[in-house]
Ligand binder design. Structure first.
Ligand code: GLN
Length: 296
């Protein structure tokens, strides 16, 4: 099935319902919850919510819109957008690259292979490097500044999910810490390893509903402000080439929309000039199947 060539504006509720049903059938045959963050493993695998918005203000939804979930890596495009707005592209890209990677999201080998320079801002290494550039004295103030900026500019209601944060903190993520140390050694960390990792953990635990995720997506479909539009273009380009890590290339060929995933089951696609598609499905395969069934 394909989104009609006239785009999101000709979408109907019954089309969306049919796609979601098809995706659920596919996904029940497989897919599992992430288990390395205990709080994420407690999600009901069948939870599902989708919201699609277009620039005319039409909203299509399916599933349980009251479910809230942590953004995890789906926050990364917005860290990049915020810093592009605050610091400008030149300064940002002194600290992070813009090249795709064929390694997993948290690859330390990737960072080492590139002499400690993070290859792109969608990988943990790139996002962690950017965390160190955020304004604020500690993880809490850095996260709170960004949370407020996002809520104001995207008109959403993100909150810090304290329970998931506790769960993230309960198991030290040695890989992320090793990445931060490597960045510090190579001179790409502008704050201490501890503050940077705490900022990263807190920002991954910003949470909201699919409605909030769709609002964030609409922030990347700007009208009017030329500087914001240029920064959004950069963010969307990196979502297309790097947003799904080593699977970005095949997804771009098959689907072709700037997309970012999060290990919680958050998935955001932007339809440039048209709108945003926000999905939540904690079962990893269901998440991917949903986007493929809807948009392939
Ligand atoms: N906090 C998670 C981690 O670093 C985010 C990863 C993700 O969503 N891909 O493990």
């Amino acid at each position: 099935m394909k989104v009609p060539s006239t785009g999101l504006q000709s979408l109907t509720q019954s089309q969306l319902d049919a796609w979601v049903m098809q995706a659920q059938i596919h996904a029940r045959s497989g897919g599992k919850l992430p288990d390395y963050i205990p709080g994420l493993a407690e999600a009901d695998p069948d939870w599902l919510a989708v919201q699609i918005r277009n620039v005319n203000g039409d909203i299509y939804t399916s599933g349980d819109l009251t479910l809230s979930f942590p953004l995890m890596s789906a926050v990364k495009p917005f860290v990049l957008l915020y810093l592009l707005e605050q610091l400008g592209a030149e300064r940002v890209f002194d600290h992070v690259g813009m090249l795709p990677s064929d390694r997993p999201f948290n690859s330390l080998a990737q960072l080492r292979a590139y002499e400690g320079f993070p290859r792109n801002s969608m990988l943990n290494s790139g996002a962690i490097a950017l965390m160190s550039l955020l304004p604020g004295t500690d993880g809490s103030s850095r996260c709170e500044n960004l949370r407020q900026w996002l809520n104001k500019n995207a008109d959403c209601h993100l909150f810090l999910d304290e329970l998931i944060l506790e769960s993230v903190r309960s198991l030290q993520n040695e890989t992320n810490i090793a990445i931060a140390r490597e960045l510090a050694d190579s001179g790409y960390l502008q704050a201490s390893v501890a503050v940077t990792i705490d900022t990263y953990n807190q920002l991954c635990c910003l949470a909201g509903t699919v409605g909030d995720l769709a609002s964030l997506g609409m922030l990347l479909v700007p009208f009017g402000d030329r500087v914001l539009a240029e920064n959004c273009r950069i963010v969307k380009a990196l979502m297309t080439t790097c947003g799904l890590y080593e699977r970005s290339g095949s997804f771009a060929v098959q689907v072709g929309l700037p997309t970012k995933s999060g290990v919680s089951g958050a998935l955001l696609s932007v339809v440039p000039g048209e709108g945003a598609i926000a999905c939540y499905s904690p079962r990893s395969m269901q998440q991917e199947t949903l986007s493929r069934v809807c948009f392939c």
